[in-house]
Design a protein around this ligand. Structure first.
Ligand SMILES: Nc1nc2c(ncn2[C@@H]2O[C@H](COP(=O)(O)OP(=O)(O)OP(=O)(O)O)[C@@H](O)[C@H]2O)c(=O)[nH]1
Ligand SMILES: [Mg+2]
Length: 385
């Protein structure tokens, strides 16, 4: 039921020192925006006076079961009565009076409005140097590489979203990676993502941070990689295959057509090419399986590549393709015993034999991988039919 326009949701865990100012600022922001609104403090287990303080100032305290930042925010959003939701931390680092900035973009039709601390200004000492110059830019870069969101600060804790977007996102993460999940899923669903400058002040808490830099950083990264089989498997697999194929093709073509050309090109290039090719094909095989598992788990968010694979894959086709390649490779490998131990085939020049061996091994193993990847894919696809 959305009978208000704006709910400002503050996740808070043991923030008695700062919660009062945050609630006051949030109320001032709502008043300034001219919206009907409420302030919600989502609490899941504060052992200090956070709840009492917030309630005394007019916030609605929503008790949430279980621990974690994601769980708290989700509980707060579910209880919210506003058509638009603005979230912000309770440690004094964000100015919750700035909710009108977010509301304005939401009113204009954005589904998710991200704050950008780099554009809003980061007060001295507000963000550790490692997070500021390395952690956040790297995570933001990877996010944009994998999900093309175009946003400049993926970790900002002040954001706005419409209630409708919240419901469509189906957010599940319990911890800090909730923040990443929101952006990843918004991008996969093609929601309208906008960005506003958001200043970051030094927080005023005396408790230790809830955020654990390495653990939470890894969880953000892990989340993005797991949601992008294309970026995690298909892109590197295809790149490795392309490099391997180029090296193999160069050596083979030289030996076959221009034996005098590029004398520096030798067996080491052929062997390196083989290594790249086979690494690439095994990554691609696993990627196909990951892609399908991903499609089945969350096909609401499926990308065209996953959909294409799901619709075109047939176990039998994969088996025939794999078996044919293996057979071809084995036939080529048969050249060696036949030429050495019988007079059926001529012995080739040394270089030519190496190329043939490399190509035959590539074909055989690619075929074998194709057969087993197909079975693994079959296991996934036939299960649901
Ligand atoms: N209810 C609830 N709130 C939480 C939980 N974990 C974090 N928060 C709140 O989420 C906000 C962000 O937590 P912080 O520890 O400041 O994390 P951060 O701002 O990402 O990292 P720092 O740079 O260390 O401040 C604060 O308002 C916390 O009180 C939790 O498990 N439950
Ligand atoms: Mg903080």
């Amino acid at each position: 039921m959305a009978d208000l326009e704006l709910s400002v949701v503050i996740p808070a865990l043991d923030e008695e020192k700062t919660i009062a100012d945050c609630v006051r600022a949030a109320l001032a922001g709502i008043a300034a925006s001219g919206a009907t609104g409420e302030v919600i403090v989502a609490d899941n287990g504060s052992r200090d006076r956070t709840r009492e303080t917030a309630a005394a100032l007019g916030a609605r305290v929503v008790p949430v079961d279980g621990r974690g930042y994601g769980r708290a925010l989700r509980g707060g959003f579910c209880a919210a009565r506003g058509r638009f939701l603005v979230m912000g931390d309770a440690d004094g680092s964000y100015d919750l009076a700035l909710s009108p900035r977010f509301l304005e973009r939401l009113r204009a039709g954005a589904d998710l409005v991200m704050g950008n601390r780099y554009r809003g200004g980061i007060a001295p000492g507000a963000m550790p140097a490692l997070n500021r110059w390395l952690g956040t830019p790297v995570l933001t870069g990877i996010m944009n590489l994998l999900f093309s969101t175009g946003i400049g600060d993926v970790n900002c804790g002040m954001r706005g979203l419409s209630r409708d977007a919240f419901q469509r996102l189906g957010l599940k993460a319990d911890g800090m990676e909730f923040a990443t999940e929101m952006v990843v899923k918004a991008s996969l669903l093609g929601l309208r993502v906008d960005e506003v400058p958001c200043p970051l002040a030094r927080d005023r808490r005396d408790r230790p941070p809830h955020l654990r830099r390495w653990r939470d950083g890894w969880r953000h990264l892990r989340f993005m990689l797991l949601f992008s089989p294309t970026g995690t498997f298909l892109a590197p697999g295809a790149a490795l295959c392309a490099l391997g194929a180029a090296a193999l093709a160069a050596v083979t073509a030289r030996d076959a057509f221009w034996p005098a050309a590029a004398p520096w090109l030798g067996s080491r290039h052929a062997l390196t090419g083989l290594l790249f090719w086979l690494t690439g094909t095994s990554v691609l095989g696993l990627g196909a399986v990951a892609q399908e598992a991903d499609y089945q788990d969350r096909f609401d968010y499926a990308r065209p590549t996953a959909r294409f694979l799901h619709e075109t894959f047939r176990l039998e086709r994969g088996l025939v393709l794999g078996a044919s390649l293996t057979l071809l490779g084995l036939l080529a490998l048969a050249y060696f015993p036949l030429s050495y131990y019988t007079t059926l085939l001529p012995r080739g020049a040394d270089a030519l034999r190496l190329d043939l061996a490399v190509a035959a091994i590539a074909a055989t193993l690619t075929g074998v991988q194709c057969v087993f990847a197909s079975f693994a894919l079959g296991l996934l696809t036939l299960r649901v039919k």
